[in-house]
Every structure is written in C-alpha cells, then in structure tokens.
Ligand binder design. Structure first.
Ligand code: CAA
Length: 379
C-alpha cells in the first residue's frame, strides 16, 4: 500500500528513516552486545514526536494514526528491533489504552509526560505461570475503601527496568476468569513494587525484560483504568493494537535482512563472479521481497481498519502471524546468503536472526494467533 500513502505520510516515513539510519543503526550492534536499554535516543525520539505517536495533540502528542505509527515504527525496527520494541510498547500498549479507556484526569496526568519521554510505560499482563492463558492470571486485586491493593508477580515485562508507569492486570477472583480482571495504572515509586530479575535473552538484548513483584501495593481508586471487571477486554483490545506493532517489528527486521542480503550479494564474489549472479541467490531474494510486501500489506490493512474503528482483531493476528514467520524465514535466508560471515556478530544479520525469533512468541504466540483467526472464521 506504499502506493496509497499521502505526501505527508511519506514525509513522516522519510523522517523516521533518516533518524533510524543516522542515529539508531550505528549504535545497534553495541547496544545489543552490552544489553544496554536504548534510553539515549529518548530525548530525540520525543523531539520528533515518536514517544507520543497516537497521543492526541491536546495531550502533547503527535495525534497521528495507527497507519502512521506503522510507518514510523517499521523504520525504527529496521535499524534496531530492541529500540523499536521499547518505543512500541510505550506507545501501543501503554499510551494506547490510556487514550482509549482513561479518564480525562488520567489522560492529563500521564499522557503529556509520556509524549515527552519523562514517563516510560510498561504493560504487565503475563505471569510466570500464565502467559497464553491470560485469563488465568493470579495477581490479586482487593478494594479497600478508597484504594486498591495489588499482590502478585508479573513476568516478561518489556521496559520493566526503565518504566515509570505500569499497566497492571489483576483479578478480584481467579474463578471468575475474564470477568474478575481489572486494569490499574501503577506508578514506579509505589511502595511494594519491585522491578526484579532482568532476563538474559537470545535476541532483542537491548530491550530490557524483567520480572515485576507487587507486594501490598496501594493504588488510588482513581487509577483504575476503564471499568472494574472489564480489564480483560482492555487487555485484548490493547493487544489487537500491539500485535500490529509486532507485525511491524517483523516487517522491519525482514526488510533489514533483505537490504543487507542484496548489498552483500552484489559485493561478495565466489567462482569468479558476484554471488548475485547465481540463481540460487536470486530466488532467495525474490521470495524474501515478495513475502515482505505481503506482510507489510497485511500490517497496513490491520492499522487502517483500527483507524476506522472497524473489527480488526483477526486481521491483526493474521498480520502478526504472517509477518513474524516471514521475518524468521528472511533472517534464516539472510544468514545463509552471508555464509560464515552471517554467523558472526560483525555482520548485522546475525543480530537480526536472533531478534526475529521473539516476534513469533510475544504479544501472543503464532499458535494463539491461529486460535484468534480460526475463532473469527468459525463463530
Ligand atoms: N477485543 C475486545 N474484547 C475481546 C477481544 C478483543 N480482541 N478478544 C476477546 N475479548 C473479550 C471477549 O469478548 C470476552 O468478553 P465477554 O466475557 O464479555 O464475552 C472476553 O474477552 C473473553 O474472551 P475469550 O473467551 O476469547 O477468552 P479466552 O480465555 O478464551 O482467551 C485468548 C482468548 C485469545 C487465548 C487470549 O487469552 C490471548 O490472547 N492469549 C494470549 C495472551 C497474550 O497475547 N499475551 C501477550 C503478553 S503481552 C506482551 O507480550 C507484551 C510485551 O511486553 C511485548
């Protein structure tokens, strides 16, 4: 759908591309090697309006659409998937639901600071024993007069270490499953909230992923996000948007694999000629390019439907499913095209190969996406 973008959208894309190429890409390998959170980019990202992409202008954001968010985020992910997911979770999984479900007071309190990158967001749904079965979560919520008390452990929390604001999903009664869950806005300095173990991951190593413990954490009644007992719906609706974000990450990684493979194939000589002259390489490039275009179109489609307020959960799942599998195939072929050089950290495809895997796992595994898609077909 590149062909259908407006002049302004192309300009937004071009701005993101230039920043990603000039500022983020040169730092990506080092951040990955040292597992350093990409906080150094926050001031410039905020300046560009990329820390509040879909936050309305009235709350200090850029007031852009989901499609425009995809255009920006693909460029960031192409340069560095760790930086990309750090920014994506902040925008899609935290600012997004505050914009959609927050009270006027909550919006005024949090959104302007999020857009300025003074507050970084994290989304706390998963737990050590409840990942795919999100409705089974055990983190407990008790209402005590004028405040809530939260107790439990959240796992796989992207941005945990650097976050200032956590959306925490907790239940008043696990037996009520989806109907017992509410969503809470929990500030970092709340007594009893502890950001614990940082995970040592295969890929997206510069994105921090932590356990978060909550022990008798008092949350003011005003910090309930949305209605009491409707937290699961908020979690799922937010993930519909988040899955567009991960599809975008996958497209960005896949495009980086293709770009590097085309360049390498033109330079690398074997048997007296550039390897680009071999049909075995040409066909790999052709397949990669075709799948990436298809994945990008699915992702744009889901974003446009979300902008139009139309049902798009299954479309977001299709985009994430196809794009994440595309990224993994593209990364595998990119390493193959680079041969031994693709297997060492000196060449970025090694990082892309490690980064690609997570897109098939987080914000709903490929198996969960197939459940969402097939339920939409069969209901
Ligand atoms: N939008 C709004 N509401 C929705 C919805 C959606 N997309 N999907 C479901 N709901 C509502 C349903 O309408 C239903 O509401 P009622 O009870 O009022 O009828 C309710 O939610 C329950 O829905 P289901 O019966 O479908 O619930 P389920 O228990 O069968 O679960 C599931 C469905 C698809 C398996 C879901 O649990 C799921 O998506 N699991 C995966 C969780 C996940 O993606 N986790 C990612 C963690 S976050 C992360 O990775 C972030 C990060 O840091 C990068």
């Amino acid at each position: 759908m590149d062909f259908a973008l407006t002049e302004e959208q192309r300009l937004i894309q071009q701005t993101a591309r230039q920043f990603a190429d000039e500022v983020i890409a040169p730092r990506a390998r080092e951040l990955d090697a040292t597992a350093t959170a990409p906080t150094e980019f926050f001031p410039q990202l905020a300046e560009l309006g990329f820390m509040g992409i879909i936050i309305p202008e009235a709350y200090g954001g850029s007031g852009l659409s989901n499609l425009e968010q995809v255009l920006i985020m693909e460029e960031l992910h192409r340069a560095c998937a760790s930086t990309g997911v750090t920014v994506s979770v902040h925008n899609s999984l935290v600012a997004g639901p505050i914009v959609k479900f927050g009270t006027e007071e909550q919006k005024r309190r949090y959104l302007p600071r999020m857009a300025r990158a003074e507050l970084i967001g994290a989304y706390c749904l998963s737990e050590p024993d409840y990942g795919s079965d999100a409705a089974g979560l055990r983190c407990q919520a008790r209402f005590e007069g004028d405040h809530w008390v939260l107790d439990g452990t959240k796992a796989w929390i992207t941005n945990g270490e650097i976050a200032d604001l956590f959306i925490v999903f907790a239940t008043e009664d696990p037996a009520r499953r989806t109907r017992g869950i509410s969503a809470f806005l929990v500030e970092r300095d709340s007594p009893g909230l502890e950001v614990a173990k940082k995970e040592d991951k295969l890929g997206i190593r510069a994105s921090c992923t932590n356990m978060v413990h909550l022990e008798n954490v008092r949350v003011p009644a005003d910090n309930l996000l949305g209605e009491r007992g409707r937290g699961f719906t908020i979690a799922m609706d937010t993930l519909d948007g988040g899955r567009i974000g991960i599809a975008t990450q996958a497209v960005g990684i896949a495009q980086a694999c293709l770009d590097r493979s085309v360049k390498y194939a033109r330079e690398r000589k074997q048997f007296g000629t550039e390897i680009a002259n071999f049909q075995a390489i040409q066909w790999k490039l052709a397949d990669m390019a075709t799948e990436i275009e298809a994945a990008r179109l699915l992702t744009y489609q889901a974003a446009v439907l979300r902008d139009e307020g139309k049902p798009m959960g299954a479309k977001a799942s299709m985009a994430k499913l196809f794009a994440s599998e595309t990224a993994n195939r593209a990364a595998r072929e990119a390493v193959q095209i680079h041969g031994g050089w693709g297997y060492v950290a000196e060449f970025d495809v090694e990082r892309h190969y490690r980064d690609a895997k997570i897109t098939e796992i987080y914000e709903g595994t490929s198996e969960i996406q197939r459940i969402v898609i097939s339920r939409a077909l069969l209901r």
